[in-house]
Design a protein around this ligand. Structure first.
Ligand code: PMP
Length: 409
């Protein structure tokens, strides 16, 4: 599909029964897609199908159901490898989410680092790309450095280059800011990291459902994301890693599924990807994740991106006409995320009043307290768009925000 028409969007909306809900007797306008996207019927039916027809534990059964469940889970792995152009499906590790993927890399790759080694993060990271690094930094005596940003919300690339030293071992940066919408120049960030012998982890949580990602073209060492932010089930995350790095890294957790042989004297670990998948995986949701990726692919990421860009370009200037409203994050290349405040109004009050008008936005620090500190605020109101949002919903949101602004002024 190219250039989604309003009929296409209405057809897509029919796949999402939740969008027919009302909130306080008003049609729901769901603009909290950054936190999680809604789930289409096709994915929920795939979950049902797993529970009703194929549920059996994976990877260790000779019986038919177990083989079916295993094949369905493994077919998702292959589909994801293709979706991000990974060289091989063994380089796709299933986790519980972006957070667990980063914890895995920080704990496992981080354990190979030495006291005084340096990790570079950016000021706009989600807590899940800060705290795991702090945990390993404390344990190993690592030094964390932070890339600052310019006023419009773009990373300061000169400052980044100045932070790189021969001791830099990891650069971990978000592809798209979950607060500002900034699309970071990750190719350049990765290339600079490599020039200094460091590996680069890219947090793709906010990019993966909105832009096509080619991990080989990016030359990313690690790329991580969550299913629930891409119309898929909750509880599934992805870690992509370069084979040589994953093979050299120690396991993250021990248990069943991640071993070749166990004795009390010596355990031999399984090959990739199973070395990093201890215990029973969430095979039901992993299998159903397949339907979400197929759903996105059938529409086309370019078409999704173009539609979301249209919503952003429509909404931004109209919101700015509201007296006292200011937007945080004005990078020239930004995703369809609008963080704002109105005058002195508290973000919670704005969010609560918008909810009463049927509009779901997120308020608070968005798990990015260091960014809030840099901006000199405690939080924002954040509206974020997905493929099923319409221009009519943007109009409802703009009118409601105008009304709330008047009430709070
Ligand atoms: N990174 C970014 C940029 C995010 O937006 C989020 C979710 N808000 C995460 C990481 C964490 O994702 P999850 O909660 O699915 O692990």
């Amino acid at each position: 599909m190219n250039n989604l028409s309003s009929e296409d969007i209405l057809r897509i909306r029919r796949d999402f029964p939740i969008l027919e809900r009302t909130v306080f007797n008003r049609p729901l306008v769901y603009l909290d897609n950054t936190a999680t996207t809604e789930t289409p019927r096709q994915v929920v039916e795939a979950i049902d199908d797993m529970y009703f027809a194929h549920k059996a534990n994976v990877h260790r059964g000779v019986h038919t159901l177990s083989q079916e469940a295993t094949a369905m889970m493994e077919s998702t792995r292959k589909l994801i490898a293709g979706f991000i152009n990974a060289p091989a499906s063994e380089q796709i590790i299933f986790t519980r989410g972006t957070t667990e993927s980063i914890n895995l890399v920080a704990a496992s790759f981080g354990s190979t680092l030495s006291c005084g080694d340096e990790i570079i993060l950016s000021v706009m990271e989600h807590h899940s790309n800060i705290v795991p690094w702090q945990l390993i930094a404390e344990k190993k005596g690592l030094i964390i450095k932070v890339i600052p940003m310019a006023a419009d919300g773009e990373l300061d690339m000169d400052a980044y280059r100045a932070l790189l030293t021969p001791r830099t071992k990891v650069v971990a940066v978000t592809h798209v800011s979950n607060v500002l919408g900034t699309v970071n120049p990750v190719s350049e960030i990765i290339a600079e990291a490599h020039r200094h012998g460091a590996v680069a982890l890219i947090d793709g949580a906010q990019a993966i459902a909105h832009t096509s990602v080619d991990v080989q073209a990016l030359d990313a060492d690690f790329y991580v994301f969550s299913s629930h932010k891409m119309y898929g089930p909750c509880g599934v995350g992805i870690l992509y890693g370069k084979r040589a790095l994953l093979e050299a890294m120690p396991p993250y957790q021990g248990g069943g599924e991640m071993i070749k042989t166990v004795s009390f004297e010596k355990t031999v670990y399984a090959d990739l990807p199973f070395k990093f998948e201890a215990g029973t995986p969430d095979f039901v949701d992993i299998a159903a994740f397949n339907a979400a990726i197929s759903y996105i692919s059938a529409i086309g990421l370019d078409a999704i991106a173009a539609h979301e860009e249209k919503l952003l370009a429509y909404t931004t200037p109209r919101l700015l006409e509201i007296p006292g409203l200011r937007i945080y994050g004005n990078a020239p290349h930004k995703s369809a995320i609008i963080s704002f405040l109105i005058g002195d109004a508290h973000h919670y009050d704005t969010g609560l009043l918008l909810d009463k008008l049927g509009i779901a936005v997120r308020t608070g620090h968005h798990c990015a307290q260091p960014l809030m500190h840099a901006l000199g605020i405690t939080g924002t109101v954040r509206a974020s768009f997905a493929v099923y949002n319409t221009i009519a919903e943007c109009d409802t949101f703009i009118a409601a925000t105008r009304r709330v602004a008047a009430m709070l002024s």
